[in-house]
Design a binder for this molecule. Structure first.
Ligand code: TYD
Ligand code: MG
Length: 450
């Protein structure tokens, strides 16, 4: 908070991120002088601690990301680009809960009753005993929720449309979003229902209402994906009741969001073996191994500085790898434009993808396909050394499960008896330095042209 106008946020350094806001009545100030505070009862750390009661939505991919289902009295923020499928997912979840006999309420501030009904019909959910309202006035909504004592699940779609008539600001402004969310979260806690707030993401990538909401809720989930692809990834970025970094994978179909139980098979479905510039990365998202194809295309640079473009991966990481390949492994790439793509629309954040990306690049340079039955993982350091990554076993097991026959991985240092055992039928090729990988491809390229 800043008392005067400022162009740049002192805390995070972002420009134009500060919004004006009228100060709230000084409630704390009023309490001051009204006598001493109540003395708190301190308790011991040991003692009764029940795991929170959860209601499974019946959509396994959603429940997984939530950490096993919705926790009563908790607040979840579901963020994502407009049109990505947030309303569809929540309508399906709410209908599923309602079908299972729990009271579920869906409040739409964006779409009319007719629009929601049409969608429900399209999803085959029109008969679910879900309670629906189109409203934006929070006073009405609060009164209705207070009366709905046995509600288990409430969807607010979206928090940006909610409007408290006691504030002058327009719906969608920071103060409206914050005050509305505060009121809804308070209601959820006092009534014991789980509330999901839908939040649109701005172009800059933050949930509108400069991230204020993220601090207020118990869990933050992002729904992401490429509109050009049918895959949708639900990602937990904060969760007070479960692990974060879990993902749920969905496919947007004619009949709504379908769960994808085996993402690797889906991401690899359109892979064509025997083309150069493609390598399979054995990744891990949360606790789940996911195999994806990394594609690299080299094009002759037409003059000017060479282009480096990535989809689904960090471009600074690509620049680093290219520099390592040039300086440490003797590859010449300065005259080429490099395009890198993670097939299927997945976004990878793991450094463990380095080795797979390098394999795709080297394969493109040598014009030699990688072994179609091989997966790659390992982090690459600046001197070209290939470093250990977490969860090697899980990655290898997934590769074996999907019928791969080999894995290219960091040289393993035996630490006590923590050496990962190779799953049966999987040949392991350990790589200590990126140069070894380059040498393999170049040797193969030489053999073919000779
Ligand atoms: P929606 O849930 O309205 O997105 P959000 O609430 O995040 O803005 O999803 C809208 C898109 O999903 C729309 O472009 C159409 C598509 N869609 C399908 O492909 N199949 C379906 O069954 C439904 C309901 C929507
Ligand atoms: Mg919507």
């Amino acid at each position: 908070m800043t008392p005067k106008w400022a162009g740049r946020c002192e805390t995070c350094g972002a420009w134009n991120s500060i919004a004006e806001e009228a100060s709230a009545p000084a409630a704390a100030g009023a309490a001051r002088g009204a006598g001493k505070g109540r003395k708190l009862e301190f308790v011991a750390l040991s003692g009764e601690a029940e795991p929170p009661a959860r209601a499974a939505t019946g959509i396994a991919e959603l429940d997984r990301v939530l950490g096993g289902g919705l926790v009563g009295g908790s607040a979840v923020l579901l963020g994502g680009d407009p049109g990505i499928g947030k309303s569809t997912l929540l309508l399906q979840a709410a209908a599923s809960l309602a079908e299972s006999g729990r009271r579920a309420i869906y409040i739409s501030g964006e779409e009319s009753i007719e629009q929601v009904r049409l969608r429900a019909r399209r999803l085959g959910l029109a008969t679910a005993p879900l309670e629906l309202a189109a409203a934006i006035n929070l006073r009405d909504i609060a009164a209705s929720l207070e009366a709905a004592r046995d509600a288990a699940f409430v969807v607010i779609d979206s928090i940006q449309t909610m409007w408290l008539d006691t504030l002058e600001a327009a719906p969608g402004s920071v103060s409206q979003v914050r005050a509305s969310a505060f009121e809804l979260i308070r209601l959820a806690k006092s009534q014991g229902f789980a509330v999901v707030l839908v939040g649109h993401v701005t172009k800059e990538g933050s949930i509108a209402g400069p991230r204020v909401l993220e601090h207020m809720v118990d869990a933050v989930l992002y729904f992401e994906g490429d509109r050009g692809h049918q895959f949708r990834i639900l990602r937990g970025v904060k969760n007070r009741f479960g692990a974060t970094d879990e993902i749920g994978v969905f496919e947007m179909t004619e009949a709504g969001l379908a769960e994808v139980a085996n993402p690797s098979a889906l991401f690899l479905a359109e892979r064509r073996g025997n083309v150069s510039g493609s390598a399979v990365f054995a990744g891990v998202e949360g606790t789940r191994p996911v195999l994806v194809e990394i594609q690299c295309l080299l094009a002759t640079n037409a003059g000017g500085s060479p282009r480096r473009a990535t989809v689904g991966w960090e471009s600074s990481r690509l620049s680093m790898l290219l520099a390592v390949l040039e300086s440490r492994c003797g590859l010449r790439l300065a005259g080429s434009d490099v395009y890198l793509n993670v097939a299927g629309g997945l976004r990878i954040g793991e450094p463990a993808a380095d080795l797979a990306v390098a394999a795709a690049i080297v394969s493109a340079v040598a014009d030699q396909p990688t072994d179609a039955g091989c997966v790659y993982f390992g982090e690459v350091g600046l001197s070209g050394e290939v470093r250990q990554v977490a969860q090697a076993e899980a990655r290898l097991k997934e590769a074996q499960k999907l019928g791969f026959s080999a894995a290219c991985l960091p040289r393993r240092v035996a630490r006590g008896n923590r050496q990962a055992a190779a799953p049966e039928g999987l040949a392991l090729a350990e790589i200590g330095h990126l140069g070894d990988l380059v040498a393999r491809f170049l040797a193969r390229a030489g053999k073919v042209s000779a």
